[in-house]
Design a protein around this ligand. Structure first.
Ligand SMILES: Cc1ncc(COP(=O)(O)O)c(C=O)c1O
Length: 374
């Protein structure tokens, strides 16, 4: 089965991991800081904190933003459930605002209509790699004193108005799952410009441990002493995986170039196929596309999905509106809440897109799809 997304692993990645395996530090060693520093080159210098997944990154970002039980988090439903689940786990009430019909990104007007004085965070999702409308969303968040979080699981290496993803929101989260643009197998990161939020993220990923005697309540215990002032978890990304990430980041520019090339080919090859709506791109963004999300019109998405899969092409659907998950249904969320997101979901189909996809493989995807729709 040709997958919809896949990692690109080179011998240089294997060598980087092997080198760490032969060394002294499998975790909490020097590769972590090196990976974070390299990542910050992609976030316009905004400092990064490596963690164990994109989900952990969202959890850490919400903690760093100060989300507490009873707070509201306004976000898009057209996302992987983790964007909302991590807020709900902190006791926040998730408020789903609808998306723009063309980009699938959080609609600033919809978010503006739903923020209140209880809104602690507004979370944008850069759907498919296309940055959200950050200037407008920042203004919405500012109006109520909320923190703007960017779930950039899809969009490392993308830019908005010549500014890189990572520098567009107060806190930005990344995922390094194998289908994503850069992989560490499992992994993620949080970019935080504010030193206080950055320090909170660093602490939370390591049990909340306070090591600096100057900050401890009882520093006289001895050199071994460390204290917990606020609960945290173990979200540390090991050196083995940071070495892989570091090696992958060195190829990110090439990954991006190939993804852009493949998207341009899809745009051209699918232009005249009937019954399809192709993804749009705003004039002021430079996306590093993670997905190529077409919309299959005329109620044929299910049929096209089944027939593509039967032909060995592993198309995917991104995403079930988050509040359709029974866990949200049981909390009282009802279908119909965000009509644009539901309409998007009803038609969406992600075609294979990854750097090692060959032109010949892509041609087969196009021919199979066109054959079904013509
Ligand atoms: C938009 C979005 N947010 C968050 C995540 C969670 O990332 P991870 O799988 O690394 O936990 C994903 C990945 O599936 C995602 O696509």
């Amino acid at each position: 089965m040709l997958p919809y997304g896949r990692q690109s692993i080179a011998e240089s990645d294997v060598a980087a991991v092997a080198e760490v395996l032969r060394g002294d530090w499998l975790t909490t060693g020097p590769a972590v800081g090196r990976f974070e520093a390299e990542l910050a080159r992609w976030t316009g210098g905004v400092p990064c904190v490596a963690v164990t997944s994109g989900t952990a990154a969202l959890h850490v970002a919400y903690v760093a933003a100060g989300v507490r039980a009873g707070d509201e988090v306004v976000t898009s439903p057209l996302t992987f459930v983790a964007t909302a689940a991590t807020a709900a786990l902190l006791g926040a009430r998730v408020v789903f605002a609808d998306v723009q019909p063309d980009t699938g990104n959080l609609d600033p007007d919809a978010a503006a209509a739903l923020v209140t004085c209880r809104t602690r965070v507004v979370t944008a999702v850069d759907y498919a790699g296309h940055p959200a409308d950050y200037d407008e969303l920042g203004a919405v968040a500012d109006r109520v004193g909320a923190v703007l979080v960017a779930d950039a699981a899809h969009s490392i290496g993308s830019a908005y108005k010549d500014r890189p993803v990572g520098a567009l929101a107060d806190l930005t989260t990344f995922s390094f799952f194998p289908t994503k643009t850069v992989t560490t197998a499992e992994g993620g990161a949080v970019a935080a410009a504010d030193p206080g939020r950055h320090a909170r993220a660093v602490r939370f990923r390591n049990h909340g441990l306070v090591r600096d005697p100057a900050e401890q309540r009882d520093p006289g215990q001895g050199g071994w002493h460390q204290e917990v002032h606020e609960f945290g978890l173990n979200y540390r990304l090991p050196d083995v995986l940071c070495a892989l990430g570091l090696s992958q980041l060195r190829r990110l520019e090439r990954f991006r170039a190939r993804r852009i090339e493949l998207v341009a080919r899809y745009d051209t090859l699918l232009r005249d196929v009937p019954g399809l709506t192709l993804p749009v791109q705003r004039a002021y963004v430079a996306p590093n596309w993670h997905l190529y999300p077409v919309r299959v019109r005329d109620g044929r998405r299910r049929e096209v999905y089944d027939r593509m899969r039967a032909a060995g092409i592993g198309v995917q659907v991104n995403y079930l509106p988050a509040y359709w998950h029974p866990v949200f249904e049981d909390l009282g969320y009802r279908r119909g809440l965000c009509p644009q997101a539901e309409a998007y979901y009803a038609e969406e189909l992600s075609l294979p897109l990854f750097p090692d996809l060959s032109d010949a493989q892509q041609d087969r995807v196009v021919e199979t799809l066109a054959g079904i729709l013509r």
